[in-house]
Design a protein around this ligand. Sequence first.
Ligand code: CO8
Length: 259
Amino acid sequence: MSYENIQVRTEGGKVGIVTLHRPKALNALNDALMDELGQALMAFDADEAIGCIIITGSEKAFAAGADISAMAKYSFQDVYKKNFISRNWETIRQVRKPVIAAVSGFALGGGCELAMMCDFIIAADNAKFGQPEIKIGVIPGAGGTQRLPLAVGKSKAMDMTLTGRMMDAQEAERAGLVSRVVPVDKLADEALGAALVIAGYSQISVMAAKESVNRAFESGLSDGLLFERRLFHSLFATADQKEGMDAFLNKRAPDFKNA
Ligand code: CO8
């Protein structure tokens, strides 16, 4: 299978690695990339030899968010009718084998949400996490308002979501968002080492452990995600969403009218 927006390989015959690869847009997550990611994840999940999967990006960016140039054109009608995100953003939730996010550089907006959809996050010391959607007139739409408070608590989640500020790797580790921080040049080896350990165990007990931890973590999440998605959709009816995204694309400060 050949892909245009991701690169896929295996290590040691039992770890599947997906590298997000849209370097010119800091791995901004467009529909084509998310389709490919979903296909690659499902293929690894179905491959009996693979015991663990890693999703990673470049040194500069894991992913700088959903693709603003695509979203800028959408209306409320567009996003509501398509149920924007649920189709190809939720494939990762169907994967039964463990998925590790190996994050270097920016993990912002949908990029931070994608990392949080993984089972755990290993961060490079240059990683920066954030939910800056507020700056472009919307809110997180792929689970950020639900998973971030579960990961870091209400206060930090509110701070991040309302100010749009970034959290560095050290703060993310203290807050419990990431499981380990390593020097950027050691990230790939650290993630691979963890993945090989996991892939060395019984796939059945590994899947059961994952399923069981998720059970504790996810109760009530479906309602929260649907609630969040509908709010996210409704913001595409506002002038401020158009203004925020247009301002970003034209490299100017937004002039929000509260409308
Ligand atoms: N979408 C589209 N293009 C992007 C994005 C993005 N999210 N982020 C960066 N790019 C592009 C830039 O436009 C630029 O393109 P060009 O070279 O053609 O001008 C290129 O990537 C490089 O970016 P910068 O020049 O801005 O690089 P800097 O190093 O100066 O800055 C930043 C890096 C800080 C990461 C900056 O690019 C930035 O702030 N990016 C936007 C971050 C953001 O707002 N993310 C949230 C997006 S909204 C979102 O994710 C909602 C999720 C909802 C659920 C998902 C639904 C599908």
